[in-house]
Design a protein around this ligand. Structure first.
Ligand code: GAR
Length: 211
């Protein structure tokens, strides 16, 4: 781990790490994490769900579990740069209000500024639906299919200032099948993500993953 990264506090079932999950869409990954956390006593618990989209379907998963759940859309002020900064300040305020210790990006489709990344470095993870460093960006499944590769997968990584860069914590592979389209591939990869992400968060919070 680099010197600028602060690892999460070593958590325990008696004193679980307080997690915020950030989403932008349907939240199937959020649902899988909540299920994992409710199956047995874990060293982490979700205390906050945030979305940048007011109509994100995944907000329901947080509300159904009685977790503090909020949409924080981009504020209608100034230019794009000012909007972005103001938005991140609002997000940071919510994280502080809920005493969040660890941030899980689960289908959150915004890129954070260096200001925000610096605050959370070592304590913010993302999952990306490809075998990074291959196929970063917004359309990995489409890019995988058009490239003709026979294997893809998903990657859990710490968030740094880049787009889908940052130290890799875990990866898992899945085959690309003849006749696959973006949708079928996305579903196969998501099923894998729903196992890998909760397990990896668990191991990382217990200090079982060293970089
Ligand atoms: C997931 O496949 C996740 O890996 C991807 O968005 C999907 C969210 O699905 N994230 C990214 O592409 C980030 N670059 P969900 O809303 O059903 O959890």
């Amino acid at each position: 781990m680099g010197t600028t990264e602060t690892p999460p506090r070593r958590a325990s079932p008696e004193n679980p790490l307080r997690i915020a999950v950030l989403i932008s869409g349907g939240g199937s990954g959020l649902l899988a994490l909540l299920k994992y956390q409710s199956e047995e006593i874990r060293c982490h618990k979700t205390v906050l769900v945030l979305s940048d989209k007011e109509d994100a379907g995944g907000l329901e998963h947080g509300r159904n579990k009685g977790i503090t759940t909020k949409a924080i859309p981009l504020p209608p002020i100034g230019d794009k740069k000012e909007q972005r900064s103001a938005h991140e300040e609002l997000v940071q305020k919510e994280l502080e209000n809920s005493q969040v210790e660890f941030v899980v990006l689960s289908g959150y489709m915004r890129i954070f500024t260096p200001w925000f990344v610096r605050i959370w470095k070592g304590r913010m993870v993302n999952i990306h639906p490809s075998l990074l460093p291959h196929f970063p960006g917004a359309h990995p499944h489409r890019d995988v299919i058009s490239s003709g590769v026979s294997t893809t997968g998903c990657t859990v990584h710490l968030v740094d200032e880049g787009v889908d860069t940052g130290p890799i914590i875990a990866q898992r592979e899945v085959p690309v099948l003849t006749g696959d389209n973006e949708f079928s591939l996305q579903e196969r990869v998501k099923n894998l993500e729903h196992e890998l992400y909760p397990e990896t968060i668990d191991k990382y919070c217990l200090g079982k993953i060293t970089l």
